[in-house]
Design a protein around this ligand. Sequence first.
Ligand code: 5GP
Ligand code: MG
Ligand code: MG
Length: 182
Amino acid sequence: MHNDISEIYFSEQDLADRVREMGEAITRDYAGVAGSDGIVVISILRGGAVFTCDLIRAIDLPLEVDFMAVSSYGNGVKSSGVVRILKDLNTDIRGRHVIIAEDIIDSGLTLKYLMQNLESRGPASMTVAALMRKNTENQADIPCRYVGFTCPDKFIVGYGLDYAERYRNLPYIGVLKPEIYQ
Ligand code: 5GP
Ligand code: MG
Ligand code: MG
C-alpha cells in the first residue's frame, strides 16, 4: 500500500467486479433503446476517466464515448459549487441516449450543473452512472440510476481520483492520510 494511504476502501478486485456489474446492468437496460446509433457515454474528466475506460469495456452495445472536463475543486478538497467547463463535448447529443460517467458524487453540485447544461442540448434520455456516492449531508438531489458504491464522507483517492493531481494511478481506492492535505 502507498505510504500516504491510511486504509484501502475498495480493492482492485472490488472495483473490477462492481464495474462489470454496472456494465451488465446498462447493457440489459439499454438493449431495447440503443438502436444502431447506440448510446453516448460522457466521461467527466479527469476523475471519471479510469472508471469510464473500465465501464465501457463492460457494456456490450454500440456506443460512443466523449469527454468533458469541468473544474469544481481547484486543488482543494471541498466543492466550491462554481463549475467551469474546461473542455466541452465534440459530439452533438441532440436526440441521443446519454449516460454520464462520473467518479463520485459528494455535494452533487457538479452533476447538478452538468445535467442542467446537457439537458438543454436535447438528448433523448440522460442517466448517471457514478462509481461512488458519498454519504454527505445536504447532497443535491441527483437522480443517479447506476451507483457502484456508497462511501463515507472521507477524502479518498485512487482509480482516477486525485489530490492535487496525484494518486490517480493507484489501482485501488483508499483514504488519504489527513496530514497530507492539512
Ligand atoms: P461534488 O460537486 O459532487 O461535490 O464533487 C465533484 C467532484 O469532486 C467529483 O466528481 C470528484 O471529482 C471530486 N471529489 C468529490 N469527493 C472527492 C473525494 O473524496 N476525493 C477526490 N479525490 N475527489 C473528490
Ligand atoms: Mg468528478
Ligand atoms: Mg480532483
